[in-house]
Ligand binder design. Sequence first.
Ligand code: SF4
Length: 322
Amino acid sequence: MREYGFELALCAALESDERVVSRQLGASIHGRRIIDTVVLEPGPGFDQRTTITDRTIPDRLIEADVGVGQARDWRRVFPDLRPERARSRIDRGVEIGFFERERRGGTLRVRQTARYPGAWFDRLVGIENKPDLDRPGELQRQLRQDVALGLFDEVILATASYVTGAHRNRIPDPVGIWRFDPERNEREVIREPTPLDPSAGGIDIIAERPGRTEIRTVDPEAKRRARRRLAERAYGKGWRPAELPACANCDPDDDSRDATVPYCTYHDRIVEPAAECGPECPGHGSAEPPAFDRMTERAEHSAWVRDPKGHQRRQAGLDRFG
Ligand code: SF4
């Protein structure tokens, strides 16, 4: 079982209209760590968040010196930046629907389209996928890193392997273990996770070498912001591939899942288009990619809201305002 297909099958199985599922997101603050799957569970401000934009709102826009009530001279929104950089950030905020512009007294002003809600997500669950535990790679180190930092409320290892006592002993205690069968779409909880404490400080493991571990301590405020960044990326990104392979052997309908995945009838499994598809594949047969609207599908299957209405969106660039 290849990891990509396992991961897509698990994402499809976890998705529901009460959560948002995403994949391959940065989960470190100072170091490098990409977590395979993130499950975001909505908090009380979720509906408010969905009305603003369906994209990721970058931290630098959320923290900009501008609010909802009073429009601010655009030059004071990012006072530390050069004008071109400030303009481009404001343009980005307008493009995604988080900022809007108005001209007053000959001055271009900027405001937020809506209040950014504080508690819009409740729990973040991080899942590392390792279908074959006999080829663990860096699994132990990655899970140690996740537990030490405590960015997630829970961390889970998902595998297709039979989990032996020896495997369990190598997995850090707080990490839950799922056994997932991607063909039958069945998930068995082998061990429940122990909740972590995202509101406390943590340790970011930057590098581990024999006899030497490089770490940085992280205070609760830095973690709070890192969680918000992660939640924003999860909300904006999702897990579906950008497109399906342009190959006659890609047939998503051959797969029993509700979600559209790049199922290959030649290999009889989900394939990773970017890594496996193309003229050099022996089964490749040139064709139009299967029709697939991932945004519509995502909106139908998850708590994510596509293209919310009600706010001024995609105004012209600042240049238009002179
Ligand atoms: S290019 Fe190869 S791997 Fe990709 S869908 Fe076609 S047959 Fe399958």
